[in-house]
Design a protein around this ligand. Structure first.
Ligand SMILES: Cc1cc2nc3c(=O)[nH]c(=O)nc-3n(C[C@H](O)[C@H](O)[C@H](O)COP(=O)(O)OP(=O)(O)OC[C@H]3O[C@@H](n4cnc5c(N)ncnc54)[C@H](O)[C@@H]3O)c2cc1C
Length: 483
């Protein structure tokens, strides 16, 4: 705890700055080190957690390496940005941002003006500048180098998915604590329990189910390895061999599915946390800061750690181009008479939706290109379809994870994961109906199945929450209201 990390990647003035940072690290042959410079205000690094006046901070700065008058790709440089007592390094300027409430961090903008670092500050990952001054990088080109320099991302995505699961579990536990035993005074049935009403019951059980799903996804991504950045290029491996080419952001090239699951998990967590807040009424907003803070966190990470929309577009483009992607095969169906509670049906629906959306997207973009449209125009007309196509891919991967959890986990998981799968079909109904995967009226069956599984789960809600093993203070009622 002698110094705290901070990542200086995003530049404030342009979108998609990760693809081409304008911060320069110029090699200085006289010293062998590098000189870091922000060319103008638009290239300032923001947001960063650097504004705290008293804390030492060590920065990982993303910069374009300039050597011998040529740009050599994007690398990371370690900079002791704030030393003991928070003293700012010579050549650095930190402008604190005004305080915010969404996700409270010591946000600051950082500009570098001729800040010098030694050769060893270069996280060179196999690249080198030889004593005779020649530059060597085994990565195999600027695109592969950028992908390798973004290799921190999978660790971030695993953490974001795990945090999304954690706040979802906590929110579900808080909603259950708010709802259980609460009486209502509605005139249809005075003093009836709040959770006897389907809306609240389905919100509580659905939030618990969402917590189980995200926990399964988090466990899946912990176990999964990223191959795009392994092995190191100087160990003879090919760089960038797992991810597709990208146009919007570097993320999918690092690990397409992990980036996609980060995008899906943050959305799912944000929706669940928001629903828990609303269904917890005023106490969920005003009695404790927790649900508001979780909302801020999940909302922020739709941009942070790789912008969700850009990840969806790059995923969809890889899908349309069949770039390291194979669509799910066409399978006649639905199986099991279309019973929406059947895992075979979840798989079939997810696979069909993904394949049909992909085919339509690929055809629409190809038609536009054939008609003479440039790539921007062809894709720009299809961004809604692209986002939905990538979301369908995320759904199919998630359904596969759920089905594996059913196969290998305890039998008690079956109803709770069934509820989650039914909620997923409900959420995706627009696409399923638009693509003709589900016929009109199918949602009535989904809702009926949901009522049945909620009846089965309702007596076990406490057990489902207890298995989350939440610290007691999370679900305790606000002391100032109960005293
Ligand atoms: C809370 C928080 C903490 C962060 N922490 C850090 C940090 O510590 N270090 C760091 O370096 N960065 C950090 N970031 C920055 C984060 O990586 C960026 O916010 C994110 O990549 C989006 O970039 P941007 O802010 O420049 O917005 P923009 O790129 O301008 O995006 C704004 C909107 O435009 C859309 N958009 C942008 N470009 C395109 C395009 N080409 N086509 C279609 N749509 C587009 C996006 O999808 C988004 O909806 C943080 C962000 C947040 C919100």
């Amino acid at each position: 705890m002698e110094s705290f990390g901070t990542l200086l990647m995003t530049e404030v003035g342009r979108s998609n700055s990760h693809l081409s940072p304008r911060t320069i690290a110029r090699h200085d042959p006289a010293t062998g080190g590098f000189v870091l410079t922000t060319p103008d205000a638009a290239a300032a690094k923001f947001p960063t957690n650097t504004a705290h006046p008293a804390l030492p901070k060590t920065a990982a700065v993303y910069a374009t390496l300039e050597h011998g008058g040529e740009e050599r790709g994007v690398f990371v440089f370690m900079v002791p940005l704030r030393g003991p007592e928070g003293r700012i390094a010579g050549g650095a300027r930190i402008v604190p941002a005004p305080e915010t409430t969404g996700l409270q961090i010591d946000y600051g903008a950082v500009r570098l003006d001729g800040l010098r670092v030694p050769y060893e500050a270069w996280l060179r990952d196999g690249a080198a500048i030889a004593p005779d001054g020649t530059f060597h990088d085994p990565a195999g080109g600027a695109a592969a180098r950028l992908t390798r320099s973004m290799a921190i991302a999978p660790a971030v995505w695993r953490a974001v998915i795990s945090a999304s699961a954690a706040v979802t579990r906590a929110s579900a536990g808080m909603l259950l604590a708010h709802s259980a035993g609460r009486a209502t005074l509605g005139r249809l049935a005075p003093r009836r329990a709040l959770t006897d009403y389907r809306n609240q019951q389905e919100a509580v059980l659905g939030a618990l189910a969402s917590g189980y799903e995200l926990t399964a996804v988090a466990a899946h991504v912990q176990a999964r390895r990223t191959s795009a950045t392994r092995p190191a290029p100087n160990a003879g491996g090919a760089a960038g061999d797992a991810g597709p080419d990208t146009a919007w952001a570097p993320w999918s090239a690092v690990d397409r599915d992990l980036a996609l699951l980060k995008a899906a998990a943050t959305v799912q967590a944000a929706e669940t946390v928001s629903a828990c807040r609303v269904h917890s009424g005023a106490p969920g907003f005003a009695a404790a800061e927790r649900l508001n803070a979780y909302r801020g966190l999940t909302h922020a990470y739709m941009n942070a750690g790789g912008d969700n929309e850009l990840i969806l577009y790059d995923t969809a483009r890889a899908m349309a181009d069949l770039d390291r992607y194979t669509p799910p095969p066409a399978v006649p169906g639905p199986p099991d008479g279309g019973d929406p509670a059947s895992p075979a049906v979840w798989r079939w629906l997810a696979g069909e939706a993904e394949r049909r959306l992909r085919d339509r997207l690929a055809a629409a973009v190809a038609a536009a290109r054939d008609a003479g449209a440039d790539p921007f125009t062809a894709w720009n007309a299809n961004l809604v379809l692209a986002a939905r196509t990538a979301a369908a891919c995320a759904d199919r991967i998630t359904v596969e994870i759920l089905c594996r959890a059913l196969d290998t986990g305890p039998a008690a998981l079956r109803p709770v994961l069934t509820l989650d799968a039914l909620n997923r079909i409900d959420r995706r109904a627009a696409d399923l109906l638009n693509e003709g995967v589900l016929p009109p009226g199918a949602l009535d069956e989904v809702w009926a199945a949901r009522r049945r599984v909620c009846d089965e789960l309702a007596p076990r809600a406490g057990d489902l929450a207890a298995a989350f093993d939440l610290p007691p203070e999370i679900t305790a009622p606000a002391a100032f209201l109960t005293g």
